[in-house]
Write a protein that binds this ligand. Sequence first.
Ligand code: UDX
Ligand code: UDX
Length: 459
Amino acid sequence: MEFGKKILCIGAGYVGGPTMAMIAYKCPQYRVTVVDINPTRIAQWNSDDLPIYEPGLEEIVKASRGKNLFFSTDIEGGIKEAEIIFVSVNTPTKTFGSGMGMASDLQYWDKTAKQIRQFAESDKIIVEKSTLPVKTALAMERILTATNNGVHFEVLSNPEFLAEGTGIKDLEDPDRVLIGSRETTSGLKARNSLVEVYANWVPQDRIITSNIWSSELSKLVANAFLAQRISSINSISALCEKTDADITEVARAVGMDSRLGNKFLNASVGFGGSCFKKDILNLVYLCRHYGLEEVADYWQGVVTINEYQKERVITNMLGAMFNTLAGKRICLFGFAFKANTGDTRESPAVTISKRLIEEKAELVITDPKALDNAKMDLNNIDGKISYVEDPYEASDGCDAIAVMTEWEAYKNLDFEMIYRSMPKPAFIFDGRNILDHKRLFDIGFNIFPIGKPPLTHFK
Ligand code: UDX
Ligand code: UDX
């Protein structure tokens, strides 16, 4: 069969894999190939056990794999064949040299651009899928054209806004698809070609176009605004705890203002995930680079409050449990950075676990999807940590339960049974405010939510 478009994606991660699976699923007339330097990852994509857990992903991969969706390690062949190349390699925060701890590490990006230039024999549209510092497309263009091999490259920016756990729904029914290009004849032509791809299933009014720098910057800004909302509500949760106000009631009252909206106002143990912190630090770095110190300080505050919130969890636990956690068994309910994913990157549970171990507590960690990643994250930590899949078994004999992730399953556990299996006084720290606090209090637990008055049996 002759395919309408040949699409390649370099980088088979959380973004590249699901996004390409959706394109292949919605566009059977295109041939979609995903390549990666990591052969294990590719083998997993080709197996029954996909490398990432995302509700609905398996179904769409299985529907297209082997027909018009292919996972391969043949980067060279993939580049030669494709007309449109998405680049979705990771761009973590730099851990060395200038900009360490702030700027994006663009080494994989740079290497990938050079690979594309080396193997390309015909004109290509290159699509930035990874989140990048604004103006990266310029660097990409300079690398691609440095040897003048007669091939024309047109660089587009098409940031991905999917959130983990709802990734498939977000891809299938996105709020918007953003495509940025150069506003030249060839830039606009390439942009139209990518619009055509999405128009197979996304309504035209949700496919928006812009200049390439706006597109690159919009992704950083969208993540910064989302994270800012969480830091805003978390900062107020601290004030609620001092004043007997209730953060859920405050969030409800504030969120009913239609100008503000009611989403993303859940106080928590802090935000995690691979994007928010990385992207804000990147934004801060860019602002400092351009001499905008006040703007940089403003956004830095979002990260500072997030670190403060995680530390507050420890302070509250210490305060509640008579100023010592040494030798106490604490059961963490959830380790993933949010529900419905096994991803633990930047999960608040990682920092909180490390702090609890510093306080000489013993940890029992339970999570329906993230235990393998949790083991890797805490691999080098010297302390008593066990990993137990069953939450009843995990909490058995523990002094406290601390909810780290808002897994639905935790709401419906038999807490009477759990209470009986724990030494007294028994504590629950609900870091996501998902449990029925009054009912748990009536069972006998001492309850410490986030941003609400505690419910304790102490006189
Ligand atoms: C990545 C970026 O981290 C993020 O900035 C961006 O928003 C989207 O793409 P993610 O998909 O979550 O996010 O990253 P990850 O799961 O680490 O996947 C990246 C993949 O690229 C890995 O499988 C890695 O092996 C691969 N890769 C990396 C290459 O194929 N070539 C390289 O040179 C480097
Ligand atoms: C985010 C953006 O939402 C997405 O658009 C972008 O493409 C990638 O980054 P993701 O990190 O997968 O997605 O998850 P998200 O749902 O945004 O949650 C991020 C963190 O914020 C999680 O730790 C979550 O638990 C936390 N959060 C979210 C809160 O603490 N309170 C809330 O009200 C919402």
